[in-house]
Design a protein around this ligand. Structure first.
Ligand code: UDP
Length: 486
């Protein structure tokens, strides 16, 4: 049936629209871009191709309908541990050659390939930008940057209201990256105020989100920043258990032990704790988290990820912690990579302590769980405000300071704060927790509706494809006119 449908689409539209997807290597970027490729590959008139770098480090398995092209055999770490500053400009020439050779209908490019507009622009291939951020975060960043409101605060901890946006959002300068805390020097803009310069001259922006989650910010974006297609949550295209388990990396816990541990718990009893693909926590922060979780009395799954390199191998756990949680069955530690989608969707999971990376935030929303927000870096403090102050589905743990991936936070968030926030979102957290859970469940339902046939994300994705079809037809007409003119 699938092939027949493709053949009939081909007759209607001609050969499929060729969309190239050029992901960046970090987890929070590569994972949603591969999901985007999956999502578009399910549209019958589209053929999706993923560009990658080295056959020595293959991508996770993808459906056979998606092609993979290797740009070069230069080693580029695809282990999801690359940092946003990783320079990929050695791929410029191979990319140019490929695009000249194949001229796809469009290319979706991660904004961290900062050099790519200069390569793609002159070739006339429509470039669609992908930053991995939601509309809210991009709008808040834009409003802060454009108005310079943060510069006027008397110190780093004085709250200011973000101007020009639909909700009243309070921020402090300490929650912003250093380059947003002061006016930029001339020449500093390029590469810094990303994604503004990356968006310049692009065909439009793809956003992993859905309209009902942040509709007024989708509109803000379209009015003030540029065209966007809002097509998520993209994680929902991983329907099969195998896809969920293999997403990103192979999980460091086997499915059976993870699921049987969860099966042994009551409904919504467990809080899932994870800080994303890059988390590098200091030992002092890990200790506070361990104490906070234990004294909350809740059951928990805690993904420990990477400990800071210089502290690896040191024993940071509170005395007897690991034995105790194993004996009482209160906690499960996962060192390395967790099958996050599988865990979040399990009925025993009733809360998510998250660093507010956008993918995790959206996956929490999609699973319908209220969140404890523990932002650290990037645009995570903006995402926190969306979850707690706009959507009302989370409680702030109380992080105060933005810190870069490579530096340690000024002071760790204390165990009492962690315990209190966890208690407030989990079962037994009273009326406020019940309300949050109800709202989160409602948003989860809307997330699914958005990607179903006729939903807002479904429509946006098809709108983009229809536009690419029109563009192709127009080009064909123009070239036949040129030939006739000859
Ligand atoms: N992830 C996962 N297992 C882990 C850690 C992360 O599956 O142990 C996935 C998670 O589901 C999400 C992505 O990695 O899709 C992390 O992206 P996010 O934007 O939340 O954070 P980042 O890694 O960019 O800080």
């Amino acid at each position: 049936v699938g092939e027949a449908a493709v053949a009939s689409e081909d007759r209607r539209h001609g050969p499929p629209i060729e969309i190239y997807f050029f992901p960046f290597v970090g987890g929070g970027h590569q994972i949603p871009m591969l999901d985007l490729a999956r999502l578009f590959s399910t549209i019958p008139s589209v053929h999706a191709t993923v560009l990658t770098t080295s056959s020595h480090h293959p991508l996770p398995p993808l459906p056979a309908s998606i092609a993979v092209l290797y740009l070069s055999d230069v080693y580029l770490d695809t282990s999801l541990s690359a940092l946003p500053v990783t320079d990929t400009s050695h791929l410029a020439e191979p990319l140019r050659n490929l695009l000249v050779d194949r001229s796809p209908d469009c290319i979706v490019v991660d904004g961290f390939h900062r050099w790519s507009p200069a390569v793609i622009g002159p070739l006339g291939v429509p470039r669609i930008a992908f930053s991995g951020n939601g509309s809210f975060a991009q709008a808040v960043r834009d409003a802060i940057q454009r108005t310079g409101v943060a510069y006027a605060a008397s110190d780093d901890y004085e709250e200011f209201v973000v101007p020009d946006i639909p909700d009243k959002i309070l921020m402090t300068r300490s929650q912003l990256p250093p380059y947003q805390r002061r006016p930029l020097n001339p020449g500093e803009e390029k590469g810094m105020v990303w994604p503004h310069d990356f968006m310049e001259g692009c065909f439009g922006v793809l956003i992993n989100s859905f309209f009902d989650l942040e509709g007024s910010y989708v509109e803000y974006f379209r009015k003030k920043m540029g065209r966007s297609w809002v097509v998520g949550p993209v994680s929902l295209c991983n329907e099969a258990m195998e896809d969920k388990l293999g997403r990103g990396k192979k999980a460091d816990i086997d499915r059976v032990s993870c699921l049987s541990w969860l099966d042994g718990k009551g409904e919504k009893e467990v809080i899932y704790v994870s800080f994303g693909s890059l988390a590098r926590m200091s030992m002092s922060q890990l200790v506070e988290i361990a104490h906070g979780l234990e004294s909350s009395g809740c059951s928990f799954i805690w993904v420990i990820g990477n400990v800071r390199a210089e502290e690896r191998g040191e024993d940071w756990m509170p005395a007897g912690f690991e034995e105790r949680i194993a004996r009482t069955g209160k906690g499960l530690l996962i060192r390395g990579w967790a099958p996050q989608l599988v865990i979040l969707e399990h009925p025993s999971v009733g809360g998510f302590l998250t660093h507010c990376g956008w993918n995790s935030t959206l996956e929490g929303v999609t699973a319908g769980v209220p969140m404890v927000t523990f932002p650290i870096t990037a645009e995570q403090f903006f995402n926190e405000k969306l979850v707690t102050d706009v959507l009302g589905i989370g409680v702030k743990v109380g992080s105060r300071d933005w810190s870069s991936w490579s530096t340690e936070a000024k002071e760790p968030v204390g165990r009492e704060k962690i315990e209190r926030a966890v208690r407030r979102v989990m079962r037994g957290g009273g009326e406020q927790a019940d309300e949050m859970r109800k709202r989160a469940g409602e948003l989860a339902r809307k997330a699914r509706e958005a990607v179903e046939e006729g939903g807002s994300s479904w429509e946006d994705a098809r709108g983009l494809v229809a536009e690419l079809h029109d563009r192709r037809k127009l080009r064909a007409r123009v070239s036949s006119m040129i030939v006739q003119g000859d």
